[in-house]
Write a protein that binds this ligand. Structure first.
Ligand SMILES: C[S@@+](CC[C@H](N)C(=O)[O-])C[C@H]1O[C@@H](n2cnc3c(N)ncnc32)[C@H](O)[C@@H]1O
Length: 256
């Protein structure tokens, strides 16, 4: 096996990650750079290494999934959520169903909890947070972050919902209890349904146009009536009406 095509098939068998649904140039470059670190092996030698060495396997998954995240990433959009979208979603409702899809290491769902806590008590908040990467989810459940990743957290929330330990900030249990983490592959698994708000940010940029189109349909089906999809800064949907969405605000799409 020396072609990238064969490699993709083998990786799918080993990891259930279908690399053909990720933008090829970008993904191949990432994979080739990692292989180089292991001594520029051929694809088949690298697969043999993946099969025999759990640390290499975990490093590979971690390298593929790109877990970069931070609290209140792109702050302005979280302000729009807070000031314009959530008041709309909460009009006439005392709780809403929320999903953070591709939640990485937890910064996004915990940010959501803090936002929702401006509207309803913590006891009424329950967010589903999913990611393909088990290690990221493990880190998310632990809820330990460095100063850089919490730098956009409003000071009152930092005081109320975090405990400082040395250089780290620990998310308090009161916030952790509001989030249920689960492993899920957005390209393969069945989507849960009936959400008022789905946040899926900074992952669709890695997918092919075909994969994205399929996801927009699935997200639309996963939303309740008038539900809203919140996407990342470079992930605006081209012709949203095709997928039964209307633009509410830049980066916010409502199910028609
Ligand atoms: C850059 S992070 C985005 C994290 C967060 N949403 C944010 O905006 O800060 C991308 C995440 O997408 C996840 N991911 C990649 N492919 C995925 C897939 N097929 N299904 C679910 N999650 C996936 C990665 O594991 C990674 O944690």
């Amino acid at each position: 096996m020396n072609s990238y095509q064969d490699f993709k098939e083998k990786i799918f068998k080993l990891t259930a990650i279908d690399l053909s649904l990720y933008k090829e140039k970008q993904m191949k470059r990432r994979i080739d750079s990692l292989i180089k670190r292991y001594g520029a092996l051929s694809y088949s030698d690298f697969v043999a290494l993946l099969e025999s060495d759990k640390t290499v396997f975990d490093t590979f998954i971690n390298h593929l999934t790109i877990n970069v995240s931070e609290f209140y990433r792109n702050t302005v959009q979280w302000q729009v959520l807070q000031k314009e979208i959530l008041p709309m979603l909460f009009s006439g409702k005392s709780s809403i169903k929320v999903w953070s899809a591709a939640c990485s290491t937890g910064e996004e769902p915990y940010t959501l909890v803090m936002n929702l806590s401006r509207f309803i008590p913590l006891q009424n908040i329950q967010i589903l947070a999913t990611d393909i990467d088990k290690e990221a989810i493990k880190k998310a459940s632990k809820g330990i972050y460095n100063a850089k990743s919490v730098e956009n957290v409003p000071p009152d929330f930092l005081d109320a919902y975090f405990t400082k330990r040395g250089e780290d900030f620990l998310v308090n249990d009161s916030i952790k209890r509001c989030v249920t983490f689960k492993q899920m592959n957005l390209l393969r698994d069945e989507y849960p349904t009936n959400f008022d708000l789905i946040v899926c940010r900074n992952v669709m940029i890695y997918f092919t146009e075909d994969a994205k189109r399929e996801m927009y349909h699935k997200f639309n089906n996963a939303l309740a009536r008038d539900g809203i999809l919140f996407v990342g800064s470079s992930e605006q949907i081209i012709s949203p009406r095709t997928f039964n969405f209307k633009v509410l605000k830049t980066f916010f799409y409502q199910k028609i």
